[in-house]
Design a protein around this ligand. Sequence first.
Ligand code: PHE
Length: 345
Amino acid sequence: MIFEKIEHIKQQLSELRAENEEALEALRIKYLSKKGEITALFNDFRTVPADQKRELGQKLNELKNLATDKINALKETFKAQEKEKNKIDITRPAFPAELGTRHPISVVRKQIIDIFSRLGFTLADGPEVEDDWHVFSALNFAADHPARDMQDTFFVERNQDDVTRNIVLRSHTSSVQVRTMERKQPPIRIICPGRVYRNEAITARAHCFFHQIEGLYIDKNVSFADLKQVLLNFAQELFGPDTQIRLRPSYFPFTEPSAEMDVSCMLCGGEGCGFCKHTGWVEILGCGMVDPAVLEASGIDSSIYSGYAFGLGVERITNLKYMVKDLRMFSENDARFLDEFKSAH
Ligand code: PHE
């Protein structure tokens, strides 16, 4: 009877399988635990006649070893499988790296620079913390000229008695015109992209800092017609070949005559729509012929040379090109906003 039982368990052990470690543990308990089937056979050992004890003892030990080996072997395969799972596969491609995007202001600044570069303009640069001379005085803003109030200036050092000693955050990139003319005689053909600062409350339509691109061309016989042609070419390159421009008389202390330039509305093509307030036009920049007094202030002979200048706001153009409604989005670092420009490069 007990020998049959041994044979029976042996048979079961030869087909031993387990789905997972828990199932295997259940089998171990079934055969080898204190109340297990094999342990029970050891208890029965006492009841068999003495002459069978030797053979039975041997068989029981074999059976126990067999069960232990089987279960250990299965345990090993589970361990190996687990190890395989955790192994690092060095041939596997890396997770796709999240690429950043260019900031929309950088995208548009680059587009504008590219257009003017093709027309022969080179880049010029100047400091953001400027003295009064380069931001105002050399540009024909008289000390008590009300035009100084045109731009709400941030003062780094303010001198009540002598405004010409003020140090300011530049309120426009026209300061770079002055720096360039002081350094170099004509012909001068530059564009100066840069950040400018104005003391304004931050709203959807105004910010205390923004970006401008200044253009300056000085040579012999430069005329207003040259200015208009360059600006027409620029507008058509930037907004499309059907774009029209219109120049309206305006005032800047450093240009005479001065104008503001409108382009035909990029939404309705000039028909008139809500975007252009039904005028068909949207304003994009200020420009004019450099005032002879400005040339003279920087050491350029205004009887030989003339020139034009223009200045445009990069945020404004970006708003128009990409229909951004709120200026504040440009400086909030919201990745959802920035991601929208992934394809704009
Ligand atoms: N500097 C002017 C502004 O910030 C723009 C401008 C530049 C106008 C050059 C005329 C010529 O408003």
